[in-house]
Write a protein that binds this ligand. Structure first.
Ligand code: S3P
Length: 180
């Protein structure tokens, strides 16, 4: 049986990447990692602290370092932070080292799911109206890149377990074709 390539889960904040990753890993008997968790482990700082103390550019450098490192490791499921695919180098690394899956969700549901979550530095300090507008603005910029994924899964109102089943079913064809 062919070993699966790395499976990158991408999508906007709140799309469910960190929820789906461990469930999908269990289903496919693979390991999983969250890039943001890796950055926090490596630096000893939380993501909001990195943004606060060092700024977004520093965070993006750390993110690229973490993605580069993960891409060289064994096959696993990787939950990728929402902004990472916008960097061309990150995108190339992911495209050439694995399969990219877009967890697709609309702005209103993102807004509902994220609520006033303080762990999202890009939305910090915005009132509800401004938060929704910012989500819409960022999503419209990011969606074209996200859409270049190998597979897109619609996640609006969908139970994470159903998403896992859909991905597992589709990924099975990769395993069966042995094209990796
Ligand atoms: C970000 C998304 C976050 C985290 C950071 C920046 C973004 O990850 O990497 O706050 O630019 O969309 P999640 O998508 O896992 O929330």
């Amino acid at each position: 049986m062919e070993e699966l390539p790395i499976i990158y889960l991408i999508g906007f904040m709140g799309a469910g990447k960190s929820t789906v990753a461990p469930k999908l890993a269990k289903c496919l008997s693979m390991d999983w990692v969250d890039v943001d968790d890796r950055i926090e482990e490596d630096t000893g700082f939380s993501i909001p602290e990195i943004f606060d103390y060092y700024g977004e550019d520093k965070f993006r450098n750390l993110e690229k370092k973490a993605i580069t490192s993960v891409s060289k490791e064994n096959s696993k499921i990787v939950a990728v932070g929402g902004g990472a695919p916008m960097d061309d180098e990150n995108w190339k690394i992911m495209k050439t080292s694995g399969v990219i899956i877009y967890l697709q969700i609309g702005p209103e549901e993102i807004f509902q799911r994220i609520g006033s979550d303080k762990s999202r530095p890009l939305l910090a300090g915005l009132d509800n109206g401004a938060r929704l507008e910012k989500i819409k603005e960022l999503l419209s910029k990011r969606h074209p890149r996200y859409s270049q994924a190998d597979l897109a899964v619609k996640c609006n109102g969908t139970d994470p377990q159903k998403i896992v089943e859909e991905i597992a079913q589709k990924i099975e064809s990769v395993r069966e074709s042995g094209s990796g």
